[in-house]
Design a protein around this ligand. Structure first.
Ligand SMILES: [Zn+2]
Length: 415
């Protein structure tokens, strides 16, 4: 289990944060953007000062803060070298920037989430956009987390709905992880998979109240997001919480950045991508063992050159990095392909069980709609072409075996 202590999600979290910091540090730095300074950062800074703690600030300015080279540099430049702890007063991006800066400066990192919008608060990796490519860079988890429920309640509903979308993504990320374990021999931990699925069950039960902005259920969602983050922390990688739906979401994010278009909330993209990935599961669900055998015998996955040219047309100048990272799964041939095919056939019963446990696409769409979250690419401003490109090329981003790979190996049409 993780040693993150304490985790406080309550109306008194602000007071708990101040006494925690006062007992340990004489100098803290509060990191926020314009909105989160108003809703949380300022109050934290003033309360710490009243408690006798010296307080510095890092203000990240701009319409849209991105965890990229520019904002990281901005943060480092404002960081006081004498500070003992960095407090992230913000949602996902502020937290990731603070996580990275505090880690590289070897200072304590405290998380003070301002929205139930994402499950990354408690994770170790910082998802950063470096030279236009989204990567998870090793850093550290917060040593403590204080989520003030009165602050979470005031967050714009689209942020809370995005948090619900991020949790709904665990439906396919866990199924993908189980496939990856059976077919690509990826490390797997069933207890962590079950803990992650519990976060889905709790959030799905609370979905209508989350949609209505009810306090108690927003706390349920926040606790689910924290638990999902702890599952990643305990496993030591993002695998439990990130499958094909996250790869598609990361792909869209990179394309929007490249084109200079405004970003879309992480969980909103993940929710929409999860609906698309559920359709892939439906395709596989229609096959019986005999059909799978026929498909494997009659299918040759795309060749190395063919996949490289797909990556070039989808990723442009980023293609070289993507090809390098994805090399083990490119142009599957020979003994590697035979091994995959054999494991699919041998484990077909177990694979079918995994596939059957993924709810129908329409059910997942209803969950999202009940929580007030988007379900279609058009609702979040994605063109049909970009949406489709994510489905076809998102899986090249990670060398993980997901339903997107299974569909290719089986020769099924993903689109
Ligand atoms: Zn996520």
């Amino acid at each position: 289990m993780s040693d993150l202590e304490p985790v406080v999600v309550s109306p008194d979290a602000g007071d708990a944060l101040v006494s925690y910091c006062r007992d340990r540090f004489s100098h803290c730095t509060v990191v926020s953007d314009e909105r989160t300074w108003e809703v949380a950062g300022r109050a934290i800074a003033e309360a710490l000062e009243s408690a006798g703690v010296k307080v510095g600030t890092i203000h990240l300015h701009g319409e849209e803060v991105v965890a990229d080279e520019r904002f990281l540099t901005d943060g480092f430049v404002q960081a006081d070298v004498d500070t003992e702890a960095f407090i992230a007063a913000g949602s996902g991006t502020i937290t990731d920037i603070t996580r990275f800066i505090s880690h590289r400066m070897r200072r304590a990192f405290i998380s003070a989430p301002t929205a139930a919008s994402v499950d990354g608060y408690t994770s170790k990796g910082s998802p950063l956009v470096l030279r236009g490519v989204k990567k998870s860079i090793y850093s550290h988890a917060p040593e403590a987390l204080f989520a003030d429920s009165s602050v979470l309640r005031e967050a714009p509903h689209e942020l809370t709905a995005a948090g619900f979308g991020d949790i709904i993504g665990k439906i396919t990320s866990i199924a993908d992880w189980r496939l990856g374990h059976l077919v690509w021999e990826e490390p797997y931990d069933d207890a962590i998979a079950e803990r992650t699925l519990d976060t889905v069950r709790q959030s799905v039960d609370a979905r209508r109240e989350i949609g209505h902005g009810e306090d108690a259920e927003i706390l349920t969602l926040m606790n689910a997001l924290i638990e999902s983050g702890l599952c990643m922390l305990d496993f030591g990688a993002s695998r439990p919480a990130s499958g094909a739906e996250h790869h598609i979401s990361h792909f869209w994010e990179m394309q929007l950045l490249r084109d200079g278009k405004p970003g879309i909330l992480h969980g909103a993209k993940v929710g929409v991508a999860t609906v698309m990935v559920c359709r892939l599961y439906e395709r596989v669900r229609s096959l019986d063992a005999a059909a799978v055998k026929r498909q494997l015998e009659s299918t040759t996955p795309p060749a190395f050159d063919e996949e490289c040219s797909m990556i070039h047309s989808a990723y442009g100048s980023l293609a070289g990095d993507v090809i390098e990272a994805h090399r083990p799964l490119l142009g599957l041939r020979g003994s590697v392909l035979e091994g995959i095919q054999e494991r699919i056939l041998t484990n077909w019963g177990r694979i079918r069980k995994i596939v059957d446990e993924v709810p129908e696409t329409e059910t997942v769409r209803e969950y999202l709609r009940d929580a007030g979250a988007p379900t279609e690419p058009s609702e979040i401003g994605l063109s049909p072409e970009l949406a489709q490109q994510g489905l076809l090329s998102g899986h090249f981003l990670r060398d993980r075996f997901t339903i997107a790979k299974l569909v290719r190996v089986l020769g099924l049409n993903p689109g």
